[in-house]
Design a protein. Structure first.
Length: 95
């Protein structure tokens, strides 16, 4: 699935229609960051949890725990509602 098909699939999702506009904006930001990360890095052999962990390390520099939680929530939503995969994303450690 290419990027355009992916975002079209997100937009047509019933679950997507139920989210608030502010959530759309936030989730789209994280979807774009995550899909760019997957395209730019050789992560095919990694598990989903390892991909997410590597993404968080590389794309959330000195983030608050809430920023990481936001990214994880968006990626979890993506896997659950668009890719139809049940995942267990990494936990966020608070300082």
């Amino acid at each position: 699935m290419n990027t355009q098909e992916f975002f079209q699939r997100v937009d047509q999702s019933d679950a997507w229609q139920q989210l608030r506009p502010a959530t759309h904006t936030t989730y789209l930001f994280w979807f774009r960051q995550y899909t760019e990360f997957l395209c730019q890095h050789n992560v095919a052999a990694l598990s989903v949890q390892e991909k997410i962990s590597k993404f968080l390390v590389q794309h959330t520099r000195q983030p608050s725990a809430n920023t990481k939680r936001q990214a994880i929530a968006a990626i979890r939503w993506l896997y659950t509602h668009i890719l139809n995969e049940n995942i267990t994303p990494p936990r966020v450690k608070t300082p």
